[in-house]
Design a binder for this molecule. Structure first.
Ligand code: PBG
Length: 327
């Protein structure tokens, strides 16, 4: 017999009771904050389509490590915006490139911070593609050594994890081999294993100045219609030596997160991308949504779906928001 014996509302009667039976925990421990590093001095330039996010010069990082500390966020994901772009993206592996200097500075400022670096060429190539291009095609195998070089330069500078986001086949193996060859056994790989060709990256491409000058990314990023292919991508990357997997974007792909977590039971990150952030920001500006509760609901949902880690532009807000309660 169910009702009136079964009354689920009994477990929702007060905030204390609700907390006792809450199944999913969200805390700053699970968060990774993206940072955009730009060449130059004394720059803290707001990104129009991502309110609250900035392009930062390396000399401005001090203030940001304080913010990270205050908000109890333990990990960052670094993106670089170079001064010069060329067909190969050579700035991406320069020893004193903007990301490499950023890593060194962050390590000085915050020795225990987990430093993760995005590895891709799209912000560094003049054509805006994620690899070498010949006759309008993004080349796979020829791009792998370049991605390995970028990863090594980040490891030399002191990165804890490199995060290849290019979606070339075989890049995790190429990077693992290169790292091991130079004894960087302790540098891990967070693989953007399951990365869809998504419209939700729009605001990011303004932030990182990485829009392709022709064509799109559909020959390497995944078709949003595919779930089983995601499992194959994750399997391959684990085989090749990935330590952490990622599904990206987040909210439109909760089913994918769940399936990847269930299938492999490995540490999994979800990337709540720029478009997800921008949508909520825009609606909040109009007074149509409440940012704090909407964002907490999205981040909690990513965790509930199976993400251990969440990469989010809201990272610095979460601790303060949680202190105010989830409603
Ligand atoms: C680089 C890269 C992109 C994002 C992360 N790394 C853009 C893309 O693939 O076009 C998107 C992140 C976001 O939208 O927040 N390849």
């Amino acid at each position: 017999m169910s009702f009136p014996r079964q009354r689920p509302r009994r477990l929702r009667s007060t905030e204390n009771v609700r907390k006792m039976v809450r199944e999913t925990e969200l805390s700053p421990d699970h968060l990774i904050a993206p940072l955009f590093l730009i060449e130059g001095k004394d720059i803290e330039r707001p990104i129009q389509s991502m309110p609250g996010q900035y392009q930062l010069s390396v000399d401005r990082l001090e203030g940001w490590t304080e913010k990270l500390n205050e908000s109890q966020v333990r990990a960052v994901l670094l993106f670089g915006i170079p001064a010069l772009k060329d067909p190969e993206g050579t700035e991406a592996w320069r020893e004193d490139g903007v990301v490499q200097r950023g890593i060194t500075r962050l390590r000085q400022l915050s020795p225990n911070l987990v430093i993760i670096t995005d590895v891709c060429l799209c912000a560094y190539t003049d054509h805006g593609h994620c690899g070498l291009v010949r006759e309008g095609k993004v080349l796979n195998d020829e791009t792998l050594p370049l991605l390995a070089k970028v990863s090594l330069s980040h490891a030399h500078a002191g990165a804890d994890f490199v995060a290849p986001s290019d979606m070339m086949d075989g890049r995790v193996r190429a990077i693992r081999d290169a790292l091991d060859e130079e004894n960087f056994f302790d540098v891990g790989i967070l693989s953007y294993a399951v990365k869809y060709a998504s419209s939700f990256y729009g605001p990011f491409r303004e932030a990182a100045q990485s829009s392709p000058s022709f064509g799109d990314r559909r020959t390497h990023q995944m078709d949003p219609a595919n779930l089983f292919e995601a499992l194959e991508e994750a399997r391959l990357d684990l085989e090749e030596g990935a330590d952490l997997l990622m599904v990206k974007p987040g909210l439109p792909y909760l089913d994918v997160i769940r399936e990847v977590k269930r299938t492999f039971q490995r540490p999994l990150a979800a990337y709540c991308v720029s478009g997800e952030y921008a949508m909520v920001k825009a609606a909040a500006e109009k007074g149509w949504l409440e940012e704090r509760t909407t964002a907490l609901e999205i981040l909690t949902s990513l965790r509930r779906a199976g993400a251990d880690l969440v990469i989010t532009y809201w990272s610095l807000d979460v601790a303060k928001w949680l202190a105010q309660g989830t409603r």
